[in-house]
Design a protein around this ligand. Structure first.
Ligand code: AMP
Ligand code: GLY
Length: 324
């Protein structure tokens, strides 16, 4: 079978590396790829936001499976478009990908279904948001609703910082329309971990827990960046916390999405804060983490292509997902 991987990060290199070691793989393409994927795949210079172009490429080259690395094509509805053309592709559909694509949508799902998360309020009016901050000192985190390339979150220390962040997002339109709505959140304290699962829309199978080094400088200093590396298993995720995350967070979220009529097929990535009151969801992502994919895929003993196919076919219960 021929496989197409979309993206250009360390995550996509890890995916291509893992798949290149599996059986019955005739060829791997990576669009657009990078110097790492060059060693194990053929890089093709395609715009991963152009669904029609990708569909033509997949048909012309008889590609049997497409795997989407980053969130933007998922939120752009690539899964829906491929499925209309009867092409096999892995990831959540456009509406389900809103769990990452809209922080407001995600918070509302968590609030409606009692999934542990921080307190939060949604605003589309700047005056009301500032008013709220002045009378609710717990609101110290400001998030642009839409995708902002991982930069749309302000974790603040005082009221002034919060008001500046609101002004940046809503008035100065730092993230364009992604900031038409904002979410004001309570600041959580604890250690962060990435908890990822595979899902076929009905059940979930966990991956090894991981942690990424978020800050750009040595010693966890400086602003958050795309990720300076990751490791797993995460020591902070004990057996008890693992069970709690599965039973109170990951499975209930998959069930919630099915109840909403938008079953979630793909990878669900829970960004968890391990607080003194237990794990709480900071955010959901609808894809592998980058760089978390690197430790996860090097530790995965099972065949990734088989897992992905079982997610798409709704037979994940029959599939082993084993980590070293
Ligand atoms: P996100 O873009 O949602 O991943 O947020 C970026 C980072 O901001 C997270 O990885 C956390 O380090 C931090 N963060 C987000 N929300 C909160 C919160 N409610 N409390 C404390 N830190 C947060
Ligand atoms: N490592 C953070 C992310 O993938 O969003």
């Amino acid at each position: 079978m021929k496989v197409l991987i979309l993206g250009s990060g360390g995550r996509e290199h890890a995916l291509a590396w893992k798949i290149s070691r599996e059986t019955n793989i005739e060829k791997i393409y990576c669009a657009p790829g990078n110097a790492g994927t060059y060693n194990v795949a053929e890089n093709v210079n395609l715009d991963i936001m152009d669904n029609d172009l990708l569909i033509d490429f997949v048909k012309e080259n008889s590609i049997g499976l497409t795997i989407v690395g980053p969130e933007a094509p998922l939120v752009n509805g690539i899964i829906d478009e491929f499925e209309k053309n009867n092409l096999k592709i892995f990831g959540p559909k456009k509406y389900a990908a809103m769990l990452e694509g809209s922080k407001v949508f995600s918070k509302k799902i968590m609030q409606k279904y009692g999934i542990p998360t921080s307190r939060g309020e949604v605003f589309s009016d700047i005056e009301l948001a500032i008013e709220f901050v002045k009378s609710n000192p717990w609101a110290r985190v400001v998030k642009a609703d839409g995708l902002a390339a991982g930069k749309g979150v302000y974790v603040c220390d005082d009221e002034n910082e919060v008001i500046n962040a609101i002004t940046e997002i809503m008035q100065n339109k730092k993230f364009g329309d992604a900031g038409n709505k904002i979410l004001l959140e309570e600041k959580l304290v604890g250690e962060e971990a990435s908890f990822l699962v595979f899902s076929d829309g009905k059940i979930v199978k966990p991956m090894v827990s991981t942690q990424d080094h978020k800050a750009v400088y040595v010693g966890d200093k400086g602003p958050n960046t795309g990720g300076m590396g990751a490791y797993g298993p995460a020591p902070v995720i004990t057996k008890e916390l693992h069970n709690y995350a599965m039973e109170k967070i990951m499975l209930p979220t998959i069930n919630a999405m099915a109840s909403e009529g938008t079953p979630y097929v793909g990878i669900l990535y829970g960004g968890l804060m391990i607080t003194k009151d237990g794990p709480k969801v900071i955010e959901f992502n609808c894809r592998f983490g980058d760089p978390e994919a690197q430790p996860i895929l090097t530790l995965l003993k099972s065949n990734l292509i088989d897992i992905i196919k079982s997610c798409i076919d709704g037979t994940l219960d029959m599939q082993d997902v084993v980590f070293d």
